[in-house]
Design a protein around this ligand. Structure first.
Ligand code: NAP
Ligand code: F7E
Length: 349
């Protein structure tokens, strides 16, 4: 029997890797995309096939986590075996500027999905497994290392919203016997990472500096420490959670933490650049409250799911640098030919 998955957030970094993984495993994949005035499907273009073609297994549906009736309709129509709720306003700094919207999507959006699944399941008897994209940000000020038993201390509207969804996921499991899992994922990155998250901001800027396309990189707090893994490894963990015998919650992390400064230094060293000549601090990138140190202990996932990361810190930086160097070279070629290149100007956080 072909399994059917429904993904929210498919146009994001993780959604694109997860869709690839599930299609590779023979799943029929349905995914929610938001209507946008500009294209937002770049990360999944390589997966898309015209639905008029025979044997198509990847289907896109318009929808939004703010729209409960839409989520209900999607669950009814798609009849999923597994739902992966990855959709979110996922930027911590932006969540301080848009707290209400962040809570609507990241907290209530999850509740809307859970309710749609509960009703569908009660009416049809069809079991639907649910994955919630929880975050290490929920630990916030709790001292490292953090694992599943560490008390939470969220430090942003984003983290508070994610904590609400985390507890609702557990609540629906305990109240209704739903197979609902919360994956507490530490930072994970890739060449598909959004360009306003610090790692990609650094690799994009450093490679553009090397190609003579910019001179300065402005950053905020360089002393914050994060446990950075590779997104491709982390979507494998999501899938494994939903294949387990029992629903449970898992920390997913590498067990190594580095400061933003260390990320800068290694990226610039890889390109034989001196960061002291190019990196400056701009307080506009500081947050009202900072999460100083995240370091995950993923022993439970290793023991119960057989999961462990495959990409090292340097390996992660190398693949991001190689990709962004290719983008910078292309941008320079286009500029030389008199064409402006796309940029994220005005979206810098
Ligand atoms: P991302 O690249 O920012 O992608 C977010 C996705 O959510 C995009 O597809 C976005 O659609 C969609 N989305 C935003 N608002 C929505 C709404 N109102 N309704 C439906 N979809 C909406 O994030 P990511 O890095 O892939 O992360 C995936 C999930 O894991 C998120 O929930 C994030 O909070 C969580 N998480 C991420 C990390 C990490 O380090 N990456 C760690 C822990 C948890 P558009 O493309 O249209 O904007
Ligand atoms: O910041 C510092 C910043 O925005 C990392 C999301 O995926 O992971 C992500 O949240 C650190 C912070 O990620 C800049 O202050 C310095 O200490 O890359 P980030 P995040 O806030 O850790 C978690 C697990 C999620 O769940 C989230 O969805 O870097 N920092 N200077 C900067 N950060 C940014 N963005 N820009 C700077 O210029």
């Amino acid at each position: 029997m072909t399994k059917i998955a429904l993904i929210s957030g498919v146009t994001g970094q993780d959604g694109s890797y997860l869709a690839e993984l599930l299609l590779g495993k023979g799943y029929e994949v349905h995914a929610v995309i938001r209507r946008s005035s500009s294209f937002n499907t770049e990360r999944i273009e390589h997966l898309y096939v015209d639905p008029h073609e025979p044997g198509v297994k990847f289907f896109l549906h318009y929808g939004d986590l703010a729209d409960a009736s839409n989520l209900r309709r999607l669950v009814e129509r798609v009849k999923p075996d597994e739902v992966y709720n990855l959709g979110a306003q996922s930027h911590v700094k932006v969540s301080f500027e848009e707290p209400e919207y962040t809570v609507d999507v990241d907290a209530l959006g999850t509740l809307r999905f859970l309710e749609a699944i509960r009703d569908y399941r009660e009416r049809t008897g069809h079991e639907v497994r649910f994955y919630q994209a929880s975050s290490s940000e929920m630990f916030g000020a709790a001292p490292p290392p953090q694992n599943e038993t560490t008390p939470f201390h969220p430090r942003s509207p984003y983290a508070c919203a994610k904590l609400y969804s985390h507890w609702q996921t557990i609540n629906y499991r305990e109240s209704y016997g739903m197979f609902a899992c919360s994956g507490i994922l530490f930072n994970h990155e890739s060449e598909r990472r959004g360009e306003t998250f610090v790692t990609r901001k650094i690799t994009r800027a450093a490679t553009r500096i090397q190609m003579g396309l910019q001179d300065k990189l402005y950053l905020g707090n360089l002393s914050a420490k994060r446990d950075w893994g590779f997104a491709g490894d982390y979507v494998e963990a999501m899938w494994r959670m939903l294949q387990a015998d029992q629903p449970d919650d898992f920390v997913i992390a590498t067990g190594e933490a580095y400061s933003v400064q260390e990320f800068v230094d290694r990226t610039f060293a890889m390109l034989e650049l001196d960061p002291r000549r190019h990196v400056e601090i701009d307080p506009r990138y500081y947050r009202p409250a900072e999460v100083d140190a995240l370091l995950g202990d993923a022993s439970k996932a290793r023991t119960k799911l057989g999961w462990s990361p495959t990409v090292t810190f340097d390996g992660l930086i190398r693949r991001m640098v190689e990709h962004d160097l290719m983008l910078a070279r292309r941008e320079k070629l286009l500029l030389g030919a008199g064409h402006g290149a796309g940029s994220t100007q005005g979206q810098d956080t």
